[in-house]
Unconditional design. Structure first.
Length: 269
């Protein structure tokens, strides 16, 4: 099956959505969306509130099964796979609203991300099997080294909820990176940040793309961030693709300008 997937992925695309639809009752949150994400780039998915952007992430990561169409990762269909199975394939994500284990330490939060690659089973712990505790030690060391690479090591023992907002955003990204992804989905990483924090985030995203050899797809409302880091951008409105292209093409697109000036529903789909 792995060989078949590689053969089907000769075009080198990381993610392919083909006429994907996602309906909730009579409402189409996504309506016939086709996307082809190239490797090793930072790309963006934008649109007014309610455009269906987070729904796209939920479909890609297995939280929703699409009503119609297909999704493939590196040539492999994702239909029917659980979020955990999709994560194990190499897709990780962050969330629009930060979802950390608030009362856990920074190090604990990153260690949780490592567990998707864990070889030992949970039942080995109460049996006090040495193999289990050796792997736990390896996970702790791996997690600390990841925090070092991301400049968060001095905060390793801090409670996650006590961190400044920007550091919590970085910690959520660190936990996603602990799953060893090749494809990272960032859902509004600059939300709630001041201009200096947003500028720092732009550098951070490009640094992790290079250092971890990633493809990154991000949802973001801060157009300065989007235009500053994304090589290619898709624009949604009411679940439909209205434009795609490089930042210059998107910046001057009349349909995109109209969509943003016209606004949309208040709640994100």
């Amino acid at each position: 099956m792995e060989a078949d997937a590689r053969a089907e992925n000769e075009n080198g695309l990381v993610l392919e959505l083909n006429e994907v639809a996602m309906r909730f009752g009579g409402v189409a949150a996504i309506d016939g969306l086709t996307m082809a994400v190239p490797p090793k780039k930072v790309v963006g998915l934008i649109g007014p509130n309610g455009a269906g952007k987070t729904t796209v992430f939920n479909v890609v990561t297995g939280f929703y099964q699409p009503t119609a169409g297909s999704v493939a990762f590196e040539g492999r269909p994702l239909s029917g796979l659980t979020p955990q199975a999709i994560c194990a394939l190499g897709i990780a994500r962050t969330f629009q609203n930060i979802r950390l284990f608030a009362q856990g330490t920074v190090l604990d939060n990153v260690m949780v991300g490592c567990h998707v690659r864990r070889r030992c089973q949970w039942w080995m712990a109460p049996l006090c099997l040495p193999r289990f505790f050796r792997e736990e030690k390896e996970i702790r060391l791996k997690s600390y080294r990841l925090l070092e690479r991301l400049g968060l090591a001095p905060l390793a023992g801090e409670i996650a909820s006590s961190l400044p907002y920007g550091a919590q955003r970085r910690l959520e990204i660190a936990r996603a990176l602990a799953t060893d992804p090749s494809f990272l989905l960032l859902d509004e990483p600059a939300a709630g940040m001041n201009p200096q924090e947003s500028a720092d985030l732009m550098r951070f995203i490009e640094e992790i793309r290079r250092e971890f050899d990633l493809t990154i797809l991000m949802i973001e409302h801060d157009m300065k961030v989007v235009m500053g880091v994304c090589a290619h951008i898709w624009v949604l409105q009411y679940g439909r693709l209205i434009a795609e292209g490089d930042p210059d093409q998107i910046r001057g697109n009349p349909e995109v300008i109209s969509a943003y000036l016209g606004g949309g529903p208040k709640a994100e789909a």
